[in-house]
Design a protein around this ligand. Structure first.
Ligand SMILES: [Zn+2]
Length: 252
């Protein structure tokens, strides 16, 4: 199935890939934007891999936090979240660029291209760099990196120092899309896995999840309800109950 032409309504549902690679700026980005999709694919046999570009060392509002401790915590949280989605254990790679200072240079592009060539995904997922008025610099930069790295992974004369053969993914799904043209259906099990994965990111409860007391069952239920509401809203454009929306590029 090819992406719809400009002006056509969004379409839904790629065939389940055998291998998927999600490329994100920070721990927790993948789960917020594509968790239900990846969980559904994993349950159908897809090997789900994660590539996290920064170390997440600035992800707190508490100026007294030890950044080294935070990096350690967030990597452990990301590994647990990947397991909650059904990703292969060890399928999380960390490039550990300083949080907030990610650059779209050739070194970073080579690293992302190397991961694409090693994992050999059918589908790559990442941030949409064309999303307007996006504030966080790492999200913009991570979007450029994933797009540029696909070209470099695909064409064999890029980065000859890489020992791996070129690889052309079948599709790229950009989340938080500036112009949505694709919705991946979600199911209840995928939604539950997404919420469970997000709740592994305990260090982000205050800043990102809106949870001030992790022992407050009402706050946890409200968080889960917010995730469901987002999936309902995104799915409505294609007339289904639950889904996650993307920009699909499939002419790679
Ligand atoms: Zn982020």
């Amino acid at each position: 199935m090819s992406a719809p032409a400009p002006g056509e309504p969004p379409r839904r549902g790629l065939a389940t890939p055998s291998v998927a690679l999600a490329v994100a700026a920070h721990p927790d980005d993948v789960e917020f934007q594509a968790g239900a999709t990846l969980a559904r694919w994993a349950s159908a046999g897809c090997a789900v891999h994660h590539l996290i570009l920064t170390d997440g060392s600035k992800g707190t509002w508490d100026a007294g936090t030890d950044p080294a401790w935070l990096v350690h915590e967030r990597e452990a949280e990301q590994r647990a979240a990947a397991r909650s989605l059904g990703g292969a254990d060890g399928g999380v790679r960390f490039l550990r660029w300083p949080d907030g200072e990610l650059e779209a240079g050739l070194r970073q592009r080579a690293q992302v291209a190397a991961a694409i060539r090693e994992v050999r995904p059918e589908v790559v997922l990442g941030h949409d760099p064309w999303r307007r008025y996006r504030l966080h610099p790492d999200h913009r930069t991570a979007g450029w990196l994933v797009c540029d790295a696909i070209v470099a992974a695909r064409d064999p004369l890029f980065f000859p120092e890489l020992a791996t053969p070129a690889h052309r993914p079948r599709a790229l799904l950009l989340w938080e899309a500036d112009e949505v043209n694709h919705v991946e259906p979600a199911d209840e099990a995928g939604l539950a896995a997404k919420v469970a994965a997000l709740l592994e990111h305990r260090s982000q409860f205050v800043t990102t999840h809106g949870i001030t007391d992790e022992n407050d069952a009402d706050q946890l239920a409200a968080f889960a309800a917010r995730q469901r509401a987002r999936l309902v809203e995104r799915a409505a454009t294609v007339g289904i109950e639950l889904g996650e929306s993307f920009r699909l590029l499939d002419d790679l």
